[in-house]
Design a binder for this molecule. Structure first.
Ligand SMILES: Cc1ncc(COP(=O)(O)O)c(C=O)c1O
Length: 397
């Protein structure tokens, strides 16, 4: 029995079997390379699913986390702490939201829960006690808590968990007319991903977010953007909504924010923030000092103008390589889509087998939806690694 197999056997006995796990145990990582328990190296172009944006064990982020660990880990949010404030300053000033403020939590689902609570109370404060409903989009993904899986418009995530919370309605993605028709007397907000990551890496059509902003202004709704997968410089802007030049009322972040340490955030306008005054929301671990200190360094490395210009260049190369693979295999590869360093390659007949063969060939990517292989490499991936990755992918087709 290999070391991988031994450890997996223990996992199968004692871990909740809620994940479809790939049959390797990862034990060490450095930038875009990870090693399994038997010493095999893999090129990691998934980065913990768009989470380790600066690669594994980035020395400057490790140093910041270690320094904070030696100083102070946790104090409770009944006290102020410097790393949280420094991170809030970065997230808010880069957002363009007027008077922006940040709330910290631990995950994407929690950040979206904060958005949902913010929207409901903001409408109540305006005197609209019946505007509790959020419109969300078919094939979206917003998390696994009861409220966020109800916002997630994919029946497979909801089956068996009924009764689901009230106040969510689902509309086709990218269809502004359908959104206009769906807005009713109870609608208070719209929650949208700029790119549907889990839904198969589907980019919102140009003008869609702008159209939603206009609709929200016309109807008195809040526009909430889920930037959990797309934020933090991944698409070449600090936040993907900035490609459309719009200002949401609030947005959520997680994944890349801590480069792998658990931290999430909700950022909102000063006006919207009034809906969550003292005592209305909170989290014990939210904005943990070690995660926040790491996130500050990660932000500076990922979201500077120079860094994002490099991300845009790497993205162009990655898409060029993928489209060349598509040109050589036009019947197998149905589509190449995405933006920045988030790319989906849709495979005729489904991508599960291809993703498994990629792993056997030493490349880590994953499934988004049933048919799409997702690439979400760290921004530190080199051009050679992108070339090697797409070549391993082609071999795995
Ligand atoms: C767009 C989006 N929102 C929310 C989430 C949920 O984040 P978490 O798993 O950290 O709760 C995810 C996770 O994949 C996501 O992609």
């Amino acid at each position: 029995m290999t070391r991988n197999e031994e450890i997996i056997e223990r996992a199968k006995k004692r871990l909740l079997q809620n994940y479809k796990q790939q049959p390797i145990v990862l034990v060490r990582g450095e930038a875009c390379t990870v090693w399994d328990a038997d010493g095999k190296a893999y090129l990691d172009l998934l980065g913990g699913i768009a989470t380790c944006a600066l690669g594994h064990c980035h020395p400057q982020i490790v140093a910041a986390a270690k320094k904070q660990m030696d100083t102070l880990w946790h104090v409770s949010n009944v006290f102020y702490s410097e790393p949280q404030i420094a991170l809030a300053e970065r997230l808010t000033t880069s957002s363009g939201l007027p008077g922006a403020r940040a709330f910290f939590c631990n995950s994407g689902a929690e950040a979206n829960e904060a958005l949902i609570k913010l929207a409901r109370r903001a409408q109540v404060d305006r005197g609209f006690t019946d505007r509790y409903e959020l419109l969300t989009f078919e094939s979206s993904f917003h998390g696994r808590t009861l409220a966020t899986l109800t916002a997630t418009a994919q029946p497979k995530y909801q089956a068996g968990f009924e009764p689901l919370p009230q106040g969510f309605r689902h509309v086709p993605y990218g269809d502004l007319d359908a959104v206009r028709r769906a807005i009713g007397p109870h609608t208070g907000a719209i929650l949208v991903e700029p790119i549907q990551g889990e839904g198969g890496v589907r980019v919102a059509p140009p003008g869609f977010l702008k159209g939603l902003r206009a609709l929200c202004d016309e109807k008195g709704l809040l526009l909430l953007i889920d930037e959990v997968q797309t934020g933090f410089g991944r698409t070449g802007k600090t936040y993907a909504f900035q490609h459309e030049g719009i200002i949401p009322d609030a947005f959520s972040l997680a994944k890349s924010l801590g480069n792998g340490l658990p931290i999430g955030a909700m950022v909102c306008t000063d006006a919207a923030s009034k809906a969550l005054p003292s005592g209305t929301h909170g989290s014990t671990f939210g904005g943990n000092l070690v995660a926040a200190a790491a996130a500050c360094v990660a932000f500076d490395l990922a979201c500077s103008e120079e860094a994002m210009a490099i991300t845009v260049r790497k993205s162009a190369r990655m898409f060029e390589l993928a489209r060349a693979v598509q040109a050589r295999h036009p019947t197998r590869v149905k589509d190449v889509r995405g933006k920045g360093l988030l790319m989906g390659i849709e495979i005729d007949g489904g991508a599960a087998d291809v993703v498994a063969r990629c792993r056997d060939n030493g490349l880590l990517v994953n499934l988004a939806g049933e048919k799409t292989a997702r690439f979400a490499p760290a921004f530190v991936a080199t051009e050679e690694q992108l070339v090697q990755g797409l070549s391993l992918f082609e071999r795995s087709l």
